[in-house]
Design a protein around this ligand. Sequence first.
Ligand code: AMP
Ligand code: ZN
Length: 135
Amino acid sequence: MDDCLFCKIIRGEIPSFKIFEDDHAYAFLDINPFGRGHTLVVPKFHADQLFRLPPEELAGVMPAVQRVATLLRNRLRCDGMALMQLNGACAGQTVNHVHFHLIPRYEGQPAGWQPLAPVPAAQELAALRDEILGR
Ligand code: AMP
Ligand code: ZN
């Protein structure tokens, strides 16, 4: 898909704070995070919604979802992990390329379902990426 935002990120045409990549999946920090470490895991195969993602592509991306969730938990020492996937504008979907939100959660902190304010600066996200990757 030439004009899909996440396809452009996967191809490297738009910069991202990359966390993980394999043959089937690409993961990067969400720039409007609901919580510290909020990461998106996307299949490299373009499908707008879960209903149109071929099952074999879904099977290809889910190990990356688990692997990135584990990486976030280990590096950020979070207590829990939310996994969210939205389909359709009425569900809150804004980017029409299937994606899985991983949102680290912490004891004693409210589990908000909206972007943190203020939105983190690029420098902060770069530092967080490095922390997650153990750089
Ligand atoms: P959804 O509402 O489920 O479609 O989620 C789309 C997500 O993509 C939102 O959480 C946005 O903050 C995030 N997003 C949009 N553009 C970018 C981008 N260029 N880099 C990283 N995350 C993005
Ligand atoms: Zn796409």
